[in-house]
Design a protein around this ligand. Structure first.
Ligand code: 5RP
Length: 224
């Protein structure tokens, strides 16, 4: 059986060209992208600088001898390739299943081009079945949870495997909103970002230029 994440991750690595600065996504699909980029450096002499979107991706890149830099140290990012948890026909998406959406969004909005890579399960007609992650300042978190409950957003704290609250790379908590369907994503995004203590939500609206999706052993392309 074809590993769709591997198929699309390897295919996406072909978009990286010598001399580029490349945002490196986070997650199980980005894992295959980064691994293939490491292979291309070793076997093809590809030269580029990676800007990782998480500690996890930075560690993977470093282990593969991919040169990395932080966003603050590069003039611009040519291309970011990252996974997604959902994408709709307008290429709007939900990200943050891996808890990295804050840095992923910062790097994406500072990129000239953004490509998402995914298996076919991520394609939806309407966003919202995947719980929407909201990164919050710990000191505000309990009262934000109450506020989300009042709005019927069915919020839950993201937990780590040991049962403690998940802590992001930036030292914050994540509250997942179990919305089922998001009717007006732009309005929800505006409402969330105005709540004091919310750092960033996982709605990525108008950010992706292209989605590469594996389906039936092929890579299908969607363009924004
Ligand atoms: C991490 C993310 C990931 O890109 C998203 O969760 C997709 O992950 P995967 O490729 O493992 O399905 O947003 O914060």
């Amino acid at each position: 059986m074809v590993n769709e994440k591997e198929l699309v991750g390897v295919a996406a690595a072909q978009y990286v060209e010598d001399g580029m600065v490349v945002g490196l996504g986070t997650g199980s699909t980005a894992y295959y992208l980064i691994t293939e980029l490491g292979r291309r450096i070793k076997e093809e002499g590809l030269t580029f600088t990676g800007v990782p979107t998480s500690i996890q991706s930075a560690e993977l890149a470093t282990s593969l001898n991919i040169p990395i830099a932080s966003l603050n140290d590069v003039p611009a990012i040519d291309l970011t390739i990252d996974g997604t948890d959902e994408f709709d026909p307008a290429l709007n998406g939900i990200k943050g299943g891996g808890g990295a959406h804050l840095i992923e969004k910062i790097i994406a909005v500072n990129s000239k081009r953004v490509i998402w890579i995914c298996d076919h399960s991520k394609q939806v007609d309407q966003l919202g079945a995947f719980p929407l992650p909201v990164e919050v300042i710990p000191a505000a978190s309990q009262h934000l949870l109450y506020a989300f409950e009042d709005k019927n957003y069915a919020p839950t704290f993201r937990l780590s495997l040991d049962g403690t609250k998940f802590v992001t790379d930036s030292g914050n908590f994540i509250i997942d909103l179990h919305l089922e369907k998001i009717v007006d994503a732009a309005k929800l995004a505006d409402d969330l970002i105005q709540m004091v203590g919310v750092v960033e939500h996982g709605l990525f609206l108008g950010i992706a230029d292209k989605v590469l999706m594996a389906n039936d052993g092929q890579v299908v392309e969607f363009n924004g």
